[in-house]
Design a protein around this ligand. Structure first.
Ligand code: PLP
Length: 393
């Protein structure tokens, strides 16, 4: 049995780690040092806020160190690294700033909003009413003027920016004030674009008027899978007080040690990384369009994030394309959103984006034998095994 388990892990590592071109925008790769910390002794240990456990000397230091770098990287008054995932970070913020029967306003899943916030997710769990932002699918953004009217009328308790499909900065600056005047707490679920925010290349929700920025640490942010909450003093201190024992008990200290190192990497290399991610998306989007793919938002330069969105006019078509790509070891999701974060972390640049567009075209339009394409994919991947934007020993 042990051989079977190890064999699965090895085969997965060989396939997704070496043979595949990974274009899922929710995924990334950790540097070897960050990955190494995931198997450190921190992962065997407990701490508790009430100091129930002894032996926490270095764990406490890691937590303080991580929070300090996070505050610096995100220019936040408070940081908390304990949320176990982006979803749990969302849950912690919503649970603390709403109560049963309140209304929250966010991007509808139909417009690319995160379904976990909606009716089958946290809104149902906390008995909240959801009101969608008015949204333009043409511009892939919230309609500011209409949103102002709805906010004044509905007076939501929370207004949450951010989404799962996100190609352009959301209008926090334009809407935060009116939201606050009408009694709302303004949040930003930055799960997808946390690494771009850290690199100061997308938008800065906390200085634009959000009181809390929260989400995943493993999409454009290249840390271990997990969550983070960054906030102003007022909201952040309240969250800190409430996380334990309501939302997280032991916080998985190996993850937090790894996240601390990833934060240090982001502090040093984040700007260059985020710039290249966005540059790569823009080049890939243009190259795909030149190949005949239906890339959205040409009039806005396609994208300002790690995502390039293709509109095949329906889920069935998009899924069929994703399945074709998978046969050639090109891994995307089924929307189709193509993400450039992982390939950028592996060191790919504009030239490789042209190559990727060509590989996608050969797979989807030319219907070349996927076995041939697989070989070219593997060759391209083999050139980019090293992880970039990290400390090299
Ligand atoms: C906008 C957004 N928020 C939250 C999440 C949940 O993140 P996690 O998978 O880290 O729980 C996702 C997942 O993709 C997301 O897209």
């Amino acid at each position: 049995m042990i051989d079977d388990i190890l064999d699965l892990a090895e085969r997965h590592e060989e396939w997704r780690g070496k043979q595949c071109l990974n274009l899922i925008p929710s995924e990334n790769v950790m540097s070897p040092a960050v990955r190494g910390l995931l198997s450190s002794d921190f992962g065997n240990r407990y701490t508790a806020r009430d100091r129930f456990y002894m032996g926490t000397r270095f764990t406490d230091e890691i937590e303080q160190f991580g929070e300090k770098i996070a505050r610096e990287v995100f220019k936040a008054e408070t940081a908390d690294l304990r949320p176990l995932s982006g979803h749990i970070a969302d849950l912690i913020v919503i649970a603390n700033f709403t109560k049963k029967g309140d209304t929250i306003m966010c991007v509808s899943p139909e417009d690319g909003g995160y379904p976990g916030l909606w009716k089958d997710g946290l809104a149902e769990l906390f008995d909240l009413r959801t009101v969608p932002f008015p949204f333009s699918k043409i511009d892939m953004n919230i309609k500011v003027h209409e949103a102002k009217e709805i906010i004044s009328h509905v007076k939501p308790k929370m207004v949450i920016f951010g989404a799962s499909l996100i190609t352009f900065p959301h209008p926090v600056k334009e809407l935060a004030e009116i939201a606050r005047e009408n009694g709302a707490c303004v949040g930003f679920d930055g799960s997808h674009i946390m690494g771009l925010i850290a690199g100061e290349e997308f938008q800065a929700p906390l200085s634009e008027g959000a009181c809390a920025l929260f989400g995943s640490t493993h999409k454009t942010f290249f840390g271990p899978q997990g969550g983070i909450v960054l906030a102003d003093k007022e909201h952040g201190e309240l969250i800190k007080e409430k996380i334990y024992p309501a939302f997280v008990d032991n916080a998985h200290w190996n993850r937090i040690a790894a996240l601390t190192l990833a934060l240090a990497e982001m502090k040093k290399f984040g700007k260059a990384y985020a710039k290249q991610v966005i540059r790569n998306s823009q080049v890939l989007a243009k190259a795909l369009q030149d190949c005949g793919f239906p890339v959205i938002c040409q009039h806005l330069g396609f994208t300002k994030s790690h995502q390039v969105i293709l509109d095949f006019g329906g889920d069935k078509h998009a899924r069929a394309v994703a399945e074709k790509l998978q046969k050639a070891n090109i891994v995307s999701d089924c929307v189709i959103r193509i993400g450039t974060c992982e390939v950028t972390r592996r060191g790919m640049k504009e030239r490789e984006m042209q190559k990727i567009a060509e590989l996608i075209k050969r797979t989807v339009f030319d219907e070349e034998n996927p076995e041939n394409i697989k070989k070219d994919v593997a060759e391209l991947c083999a050139e980019f095994r090293e992880i970039e934007f990290c400390f090299k020993k």
